[in-house]
Design a protein around this ligand. Structure first.
Ligand code: CIZ
Ligand code: SF4
Length: 319
C-alpha cells in the first residue's frame, strides 16, 4: 500500500544518506527480506551475514536479525557503525549461556577445546577456541575430532547431539535450546508424511533428535533453501522458522512447502515456528534507527580481540 511504499522510500533515502547497507536473516519477516534485497543488501544465514558485513564497504551496517548477529558484525568490523532495529532482539540460546557460568564450566575441563555456536554473546565467543555456525559445524568438528581433540560444545544441545552422532567426537554438551526449533515433534512430521508420502523432510539441526532422525536433509537455513531448490520432490515438509518460506518459495517455485507442526498451536505454543525476537525487526524501527542512530552495537575492545580469533578460525577454515 501507499503508506508502506512511502516508508520504504524513506528508508532507501536514509540508507544512502547514512552510507548504510542492510543485512537480514532468513527468519526476519518477508518485508524485511524484500527490503534488504531491493536495497542491494543481503539476506542470508549467519555465516554469510558475517562475511557480507566484513566485506561490504558501507560505513554503517544495519543488521536485521538478533543481537548476536550484530555483535558478530562489530567483532569483525570494529571500524563500522553497527545498528540494529532494536537491541532487545535476543535469542534463547544466547540467554541460556551466561558468560560467567560458561567460563567457570570451561575452567573445569581445561583439557577440552571449546567450540561454541554463533548464537552466543561476544563474551562467550571470547572464551571459546572456535565459533561455528550450523552450515560449517560438521566440517569443523570432524576436523577437530580427527586431530584427537576432545570438545566442550555450547549452547544448543540438539545441534550438539546431532554433530556428536554424525562425527563420533567426544563432546560435553551445554544444556540449552532454541525455543522455536525445540517445539517440532516427530509425531507431527510422521502424520504429514503419511498424507504426503512423496514429500522430502528438511530439518534445521536445532530441532530435537527425533525430528532430525526423520529428515532427508539436515542443514542451516541456506543449506535447506538450496536443498528445496535441488531436490526432485514436489512437496517439502520444513522444520525451521516459517519466515524461511519467503526465500525458499522463490528458489523452489511451484513446489508445495509445508510447515512441520509444532508441539502446541496458537495459544499454547511458545513460538509457533516463528522466532519472536526475529519478529521484532520491522520497517518502522529500521527507519527510526537510521534517523536516530540510537540502537548501536558496541563491544568491549578486550572482549572483541579475543572473539575475533575464535571467529576468524571459522572464517579461515578450509575443508
Ligand atoms: O538462529 C538460527 O536459528 C540460525 C542462525 C539459523 C541458521 O541456520 O541460519
Ligand atoms: Fe535464537 Fe532460535 Fe530465534 Fe534463532 S530462531 S535467534 S536460535 S531463538
Amino acid at each position: 500500500d501507499a503508506q508502506k511504499a512511502a516508508l520504504i522510500e524513506e528508508i532507501r533515502a536514509l540508507l544512502k544518506q547514512e552510507d548504510a547497507a542492510i543485512v537480514a536473516h532468513y527468519y526476519t519477516d518477508p518485508e524485511i527480506q524484500a527490503l534488504a534485497d531491493e536495497t542491494g543488501g543481503c539476506v542470508s544465514d549467519s555465516l554469510e551475514m558475517a562475511r557480507f558485513g566484513r566485506d561490504h564497504d558501507a560505513s554503517t551496517l544495519l543488521v536485521a536479525g538478533v543481537r548476536f548477529m550484530g555483535e558478530t558484525a562489530k567483532i569483525l568490523s570494529p571500524e563500522k557503525r553497527i545498528l540494529m532495529p532494536t537491541l532487545e532482539a535476543t535469542c534463547s540460546l544466547d540467554l541460556g549461556c551466561p558468560a560467567e557460568e560458561f567460563s567457570a564450566f570451561c575452567d573445569q575441563h581445561p583439557d577440552r577445546t571449546v567450540v561454541v555456536y554463533a548464537n552466543t554473546s561476544a563474551a562467550v565467543k571470547a572464551r571459546a577456541d572456535w565459533v561455528i555456525t550450523s552450515s560449517i559445524a560438521l566440517d569443523v568438528v570432524r576436523y577437530l575430532h580427527e586431530r584427537g581433540e576432545k570438545l566442550i560444545w555450547a549452547p544448543d544441545k540438539h545441534l550438539g547431539s546431532y554433530i556428536q552422532n554424525e562425527t563420533g567426537a567426544d563432546m560435553i554438551l551445554w544444556d540449552s535450546a532454541c525455543i522455536v526449533h525445540d517445539e517440532f515433534r516427530s509425531k507431527g512430521v510422521e502424520d504429514l508424511k503419511a498424507v504426503h508420502p512423496g514429500a522430502a523432510v528438511l530439518v534445521h539441526p536445532e530441532s530435537p533428535d527425533s525430528v532430525v532422525a526423520l529428515a532427508d536433509v539436515v542443514g542451516s537455513t541456506s543449506q535447506l533453501i538450496a536443498a528445496a531448490r535441488d531436490l526432485p520432490n514436489d512437496t517439502l515438509i520444513v522444520a525451521t522458522d516459517k519466515a524461511i518460506f519467503y526465500k525458499m518459495q522463490q528458489e523452489a517455485p511451484g513446489k508445495l512447502l509445508i510447515e512441520a507442526p509444532t508441539a502446541g498451536n496458537g495459544a499454547t505454543c511458545r513460538s509457533c515456528a516463528h522466532c519472536p525476537w526475529m519478529g521484532m525487526n520491522q520497517l518502522e524501527n529500521i527507519r527510526d534507527v537510521l534517523k536516530n542512530g540510537d540502537q548501536e552495537i558496541l563491544v568491549d575492545e578486550g572482549v572483541r580481540r579475543k572473539a575475533v580469533q575464535s571467529l576468524g578460525r571459522m572464517l579461515n577454515f578450509n575443508k
